[in-house]
Design a protein around this ligand. Structure first.
Ligand SMILES: [Zn+2]
Length: 330
């Protein structure tokens, strides 16, 4: 096993594919924490595409899609480099939870990280220092995880500049049913904000989540990564896209959503992508006897883009998020 600090992307041979483990920190019980790394180096020069999944440890479809893309990508037919980390937050994945059980940190809030910091900061630091600077484009595969339901969507940077236009073009090529543009500046701490700071265009996915791994979402992610490779000129072939039903725009910061003021059981009364008015009732927080403890209402007019799926909530948990329709269709 290679130590993460000794890994050099530029030393990988042309026209080859490699499945590797990189150790990044000693475990208190012995052995090392390690990151899985799948690389396909094309026979010809071309762009470098970096694909991440498992930034949150309870989001499974991206973790499942990446090895499928790896198996299908032939070095002889590839122009450029495909670099994929199927499970970024290895300790969180091992514990089947969103954030790290070791330092309690959410990997999607600590980019650009610190290679001398706690485990989660080390992972972000390594991704930012050793992989991201080589990338011409970044894809970060997320879902709603255990707690949240989000439509199958592509998030992109909604901006007239070159970076925003490259992000939108790749998001459209990916071929998911919902496009969700986020005006600059991107919320800090994310892989996409770290990429933006380096001038690298990016997109991310979301999907309904839950405790399982939905084969339909895996198929969309697999086709989407291949579509983006085609779009970037890394491979030849036809695009395999789903029709865009909604093009949305708004703040993609799921830290600033409608929260519950009390703990209890969230009873939802609306569905995803439902049109709602400011003040409209979205559901309620009940106690265990079924008595309503708090009313949850829309904070603005728009469409529901995120809804709490796990019924049990603690005070302060995010419950819902409303965003704006940019236009129907692409
Ligand atoms: Zn996530």
């Amino acid at each position: 096993m290679t130590h993460i600090r000794d890994f050099e992307l530029d030393s990988l041979p042309r026209a080859g594919k490699q499945s590797a483990w990189l150790d990044f920190a000693a475990r208190t019980g012995g052995g090392h924490w390690r990151l899985p790394l799948l690389t396909v180096i094309g026979a010809e020069a071309g762009p470098t595409l970096l694909v991440l999944a498992g930034v949150h440890g309870d989001e499974y479809e991206g973790i499942a899609a990446i090895p499928q893309v790896f198996r299908e990508t032939e070095p002889q037919k590839l122009r450029g480099r495909l670099i994929m980390v199927p499970v970024c937050n290895a300790p969180a994945y091992e514990a089947a939870q969103r954030s790290s059980p070791i330092d309690g940190l959410n990997l999607a809030r600590v980019f650009p990280g610190d290679i001398d910091g706690t485990v989660t900061r080390q992972i972000a630091g390594w991704l930012c220092q050793r992989l991201l600077p080589h990338a011409d484009f970044l894809i970060d595969l997320h879902t709603g995880g255990l707690a949240y339901e989000i439509p199958l969507l592509i998030g992109y940077i909604h901006d007239d500049g070159a970076l925003g236009q490259a992000s939108l073009a790749a998001a459209a090529a990916f071929g998911a049913p919902v496009l969700w543009g986020h005006p600059m500046p991107m919320p800090s701490g994310r892989s996409v904000s770290a990429a933006t700071a380096l001038g690298i265009p990016s997109l991310y996915t979301e999907a309904p989540g839950g405790s399982g791994c939905d084969p339909d979402v895996v198929a969309c992610f697999r086709a989407g990564v291949i579509n983006v490779m085609t779009h970037l000129g890394m491979i030849s072939g036809d695009l395999n896209q789903r029709q865009v039903t909604h093009h949305l725009v708004g703040d993609g910061n799921l830290d600033t959503v409608i929260h519950t003021p009390v703990a209890g059981f969230f009873q939802r009364e609306v569905s995803l992508l439902q049109s709602v008015k400011a003040g409209q009732r979205l559901g309620a927080i009940l106690d265990a006897n079924g008595n309503e403890q708090a009313r949850i209402e829309a904070d603005q007019d728009g469409l529901t883009i995120m809804l709490r799926d796990l019924p049990r909530v603690a005070a302060g948990d995010g419950i819902a998020h409303i965003t704006q329709l940019y236009r129907r269709g692409a």
